[in-house]
Write a protein that binds this ligand. Structure first.
Ligand SMILES: Cc1cc2nc3c(=O)[nH]c(=O)nc-3n(C[C@H](O)[C@H](O)[C@H](O)COP(=O)(O)O)c2cc1C
Length: 399
């Protein structure tokens, strides 16, 4: 298969097989859409990706990790529709990542709940710095409310003209917290066996499908492994994909790791705590990161296509389409991933380094984006100017 040929993602025709991965842009201060966010995605569209993904759109206000994330509500509809139309006019389809942080929150302004809610009560490390060190357990009414919030947000995305919806089932956020036995210690119908832990994620998938119908594809991003003792392991990751496949998902995106326990499994390369120390203004948090960073962020050496073999197990186990993600930064890697039978490839960091990745890779069989996987872009998600490649545009004082 050719990475640059047109291909169908479920019912949607894409002009090639390259999709910009969701990378939280940090360009929605106070949850407001701005010109910068539009310019970011328009630039990616101009560079040739078939589809770009608006990252981390939460289904309700309390689903935001912090107050500067987007949550999908009616007040956003006119601006969001305009943004989607303008990106489409620049040549790319637009997907939106539907998500909810569950208990992984440092949101100071919770609207519905008194504290962040997840499957089970527990300590909430990232909330500690904003006075929310504990998370509560969702009641049945909270679970029903969560499912409805996904359906409402998906309906809104459809009204706004999105071409696809990507439901986030991974990385340690709400649905992943239910899937993972490490964070889900419930003894009711939503905890225990694989089937029970998948109950809420499958209800969400069903409600999103009801909301968008058959004409919008639904992608599901999963963590093939949480990378933490007692969490989802590589074997169960395959079963997660199979459960979503049986429930009618259009495509699985095969990621790994969790933001809460093991983020470097997702990225590989130098730990993100180095960049976090550079960005942090609070001297106490800075000190804490210096001391605990090396313990909190286990490092894995970077290699191109670092999830290829793991993702191939998923590809062989499901009937739906599979989107490869993780470490595709050259034309050769793109050819290899598509040659290995993946339907599409999602690319994150290399497209921050070079938004013209697709155009250049089409023209040059030896193309290399130049992304060094330094992971400093990741540390900029809380920066007031949002994310960028620091190798293209170093922050003041950093060489
Ligand atoms: C700055 C940054 C922000 C990210 N934010 C998100 C996000 O909001 N949602 C998500 O699912 N993954 C997020 N990711 C992970 C990427 O989607 C992707 O899984 C990871 O970067 C590996 O792909 P790559 O090697 O192509 O960069 C983020 C990555 C980066 C670099």
């Amino acid at each position: 298969m050719d990475p640059f040929e047109a291909a169908r993602l479920g019912p949607l025709e894409l002009k090639n097989r390259v999709i910009k991965a969701a990378t939280f842009e940090g360009m929605s201060p106070g949850g407001v859409l701005g010109e910068r966010l539009l310019a970011f995605h328009r630039r990616l569209a101009q560079g040739g990706v078939a589809m770009t993904t608006l990252a981390y759109c939460t289904t309700e206000a309390d689903g935001r990790i912090n107050e500067d994330m987007l949550w999908l509500h009616e007040g956003l509809e006119p601006e969001l529709s305009r943004m989607v139309r303008e990106i489409q006019a620049a040549g790319a389809r637009v997907s939106g990542q539907l998500t909810h942080c569950g208990s992984f929150s440092r949101n100071r302004r919770l609207e519905r709940a008194q504290r962040p809610l997840g499957p089970s009560a527990g300590f909430n490390l990232i909330g500690a710095s904003v006075g929310r060190p504990f998370a509560g357990a969702m009641s049945q009414a909270d679970i029903d409310h969560l499912v409805d919030s996904y359906a409402n947000a998906a309906r809104l995305m459809k009204r706004c003209g999105f071409d696809a919806v990507e439901v986030h089932f991974g990385h340690g956020y709400a649905l992943s917290q239910f899937i993972s036995p490490r964070t889900n210690r419930r003894s009711d119908a939503y905890g225990g066996s694989h089937e029970n832990r998948m109950r809420l994620p499958l209800r969400v998938l069903e409600s999103v499908r009801d909301a968008v119908g058959e004409d919008l594809p639904i992608l599901g991003k999963i963590s093939m492994s949480d990378g933490v003792t007692g969490g989802v392991d590589w074997d169960e990751g395959v079963r997660v994909a199979q459960s979503l496949d049986r429930a009618g998902i259009d495509a699985i995106v095969t990621s790994g790791g969790t933001s809460s326990f093991n983020p470097m499994l997702m990225f590989r390369g130098p730990s993100i705590h180095h960049g976090m120390i550079e960005q942090e203004r609070n001297p106490l948090v800075k000190l804490g990161l210096r001391m605990l960073g090396p313990l909190m962020f286990r490092e894995y050496p970077y290699e191109e296509l670092y999830f290829l073999e793991r993702a191939a197990r998923v590809r062989d186990a499901v009937d739906c389409q599979v989107v490869y993600i993780g470490g595709c930064s050259t034309r050769e890697s793109l050819d290899r991933a598509i040659g290995a039978g993946f339907d599409f490839v999602q690319i994150g960091r290399p497209l921050l380094k070079d938004p013209d990745f697709v155009k250049r890779a089409m023209a040059d069989g030896r193309y290399d984006s130049g992304c060094t996987h330094c992971n400093r872009c990741v540390s900029l998600i809380d920066h007031p100017d949002g994310i960028r490649c620091t190798e293209n545009d170093p922050p003041a004082g950093v060489s």
